[in-house]
Write a protein that binds this ligand. Sequence first.
Ligand SMILES: [Ca+2]
Ligand SMILES: [Ca+2]
Length: 288
Amino acid sequence: MKLLFFQKCAFVLLFYFFFFSSLIFSQNPWASYVHEYSFGAGQNTGQGANYFPNNVLGAVSTSVSATSPSALPEEIVSLGRNGWVSVGFESPIINGIGADFTVFENAFQITGGLGIFDEWLIVSISNDGENWFTFPYDSLTGTGMAGRTPTNGGNVNYLDATQSGGDSFDIGELGLNEVKYVRMQDATRFQSSDRLSAELDAVIALHQLTTPIESSNIFNSNIYVSDNQLFIQSEKSLQLRIYNAQGQEVESINYSPTLSFVFSLENWTKGLYFFRINEQEGVKFVVR
Ligand SMILES: [Ca+2]
Ligand SMILES: [Ca+2]
């Protein structure tokens, strides 16, 4: 009987995991606004108000390939010599395992196996828009910069840096755990004179702080998470049990009606959690 309950419970957890995970990942991972910018001289494709900033926000152009880059002003902006753009996201980039974001320029493979036509970008990150941390680079080889690897285009998974193309960066390399802004600065001054200006097509977050989803009406109660605190409001007494993504119970809370209830999640590990209220068939979650 007990086993049956856990099997049932596991099934429910699994169901809600798949149901809600599609909601979780529906969050926009692409840059969603331009924070600041300053264009340089020399090349101005896509800088007009009809095109910028939309051409650097949202998804990379999927009609491109490694040999056929974006060149349309609707899709890319030329930063101009030493010009730069910083972008922000719906939700901050966090330090996950490996690369945390990818920058797409319009580098391309030159036909005939003659290598890659690349235009370099120095990449910096910031959590407050004031203090910037720049990824180390080699101005002779371009190592450490963006603008070096073609976009693969098509239906590749752009959340997978191993198949997307572009140049990926790990914020943990600079000792940061969370950043709001990514800045790309044209670095073609270090290259041969036929490089006029780097372009920017798109930036995608690979690891992102996930916004908790309000879970209000399923149980006729109001349960939500804000600022790392769990709020409960209900007219009925509740027992709230919280499980981690492995299905282990990590907390059990007995709630009785008061004006409000606040439970701190400040010291909790970031991740996916499931809520089970009393013995009702239902699970909720929060990702911090
Ligand atoms: Ca990382
Ligand atoms: Ca674009």
